[in-house]
Design a protein around this ligand. Structure first.
Ligand SMILES: NC(=O)c1ccc[n+]([C@@H]2O[C@H](COP(=O)([O-])OP(=O)(O)OC[C@H]3O[C@@H](n4cnc5c(N)ncnc54)[C@H](O)[C@@H]3O)[C@@H](O)[C@H]2O)c1
Length: 255
């Protein structure tokens, strides 16, 4: 798809990887709906990016909320043709820790936001995409999800997070197959370690230690590098049903 004159909804678009994607879409001539729980950051970013960026207070676990946001996307000039799922939360805890078994509510919350929330946005967006006029490549829409390298090599204490991201990776192909006839593509990016708010609070020592675990380049990923890949996926019609690791050849160790 071409970004120019099309509208993209970016969940988690107010911060980190999602904010970089929101910026990239504006840079490439598209319109963006920044769909996030964080109103302050979302409004600030929308103001910075100008009239083609709109903030919509959205909780990806709430279907009515998502539908309101998609209504807004469809009300923009041009066509609502893509969604980039970046909303996500992190939680850590061993299956049995110092204080006993893993909190089940925490486990369920991570699955609910990262996996069920992502699926919820996909199913409601896809229902709209299939009503689009196909473009000159016969394409009606594109979905990009964000998993993590933890989907494949989760560390100790990452059972909940890894399960949620493995779910996102695992549903990529069947979703692409489900939507192929309608000309809607589904792709997932599995980032390594990126320099975002999720990583804030790390001391320089921890940051240097993490950077050293990345074979090349030995540093944290830059959010713009994620956005660059997301834009490429949107524009390259042949990419479909695949999970791409974006990690500098990082393979996470057990701890
Ligand atoms: N930063 C990394 O190193 C890294 C690595 C692998 C995967 N990821 C994944 O990338 C995605 C983006 O992470 P980030 O590093 O940019 O984090 P971030 O914390 O900077 O941004 C996440 C955004 O998601 C929003 N959000 C959280 N719950 C939401 C909900 N229920 N509805 C709508 N919005 C919600 C937050 O308000 C926040 O703005 C996440 O899914 C994360 O798991 C990040």
């Amino acid at each position: 798809m071409k970004l120019k004159n099309n509208t993209v909804v970016v969940t988690g678009g107010a911060s980190g990887l999602g904010a970089a994607v929101s910026r990239k879409i504006i840079e490439k001539g598209g319109s963006v709906i920044i769909a996030d729980l964080n109103a302050e950051s979302g409004n600030n970013l929308a103001n910075e990016l100008g009239p083609k960026a709109i903030f919509a207070l959205t909780d990806v676990t709430d279907s009515d909320n998502i539908n309101d946001t998609l209504d807004l996307a469809q009300a923009q000039p041009g066509t609502f043709r893509a969604v980039v799922n970046c909303a996500g939360i992190l939680a850590a805890g061993k299956v049995v820790g110092k204080n006993g078994p893993h909190c089940l509510d925490t486990y369920a919350k991570v699955i609910n936001v990262n996996l069920v929330g992502t699926f919820n946005v996909i199913r409601l967006s896809a229902a709209r995409f299939i009503t689009n006029e196909p473009d000159d490549e016969n394409e009606r829409g594109v979905v990009i999800n964000t998993a993590s390298v933890a989907a494949f090599d989760g560390q100790m204490g990452q059972a909940a997070y890894s399960a949620s991201k493995a779910g996102v990776a695992g549903m990529t192909l069947p979703l692409a197959r489900d939507l192929a006839r309608e000309g809607v593509r589904v792709m997932t990016i599995a980032p390594g370690i990126f320099d975002t708010a999720m990583m804030a609070g790390m001391t320089e020592e921890v940051r240097a230690g993490l950077s050293a675990t990345v074979p090349f380049p030995p540093r944290l990923g830059r959010p713009d590098e994620f956005a660059h890949l997301a834009a490429h996926i949107l524009e390259n019609t042949m990419l479909n049903g695949e999970v791409i690791r974006l990690d500098g050849a990082l393979r996470m160790s057990a701890r």
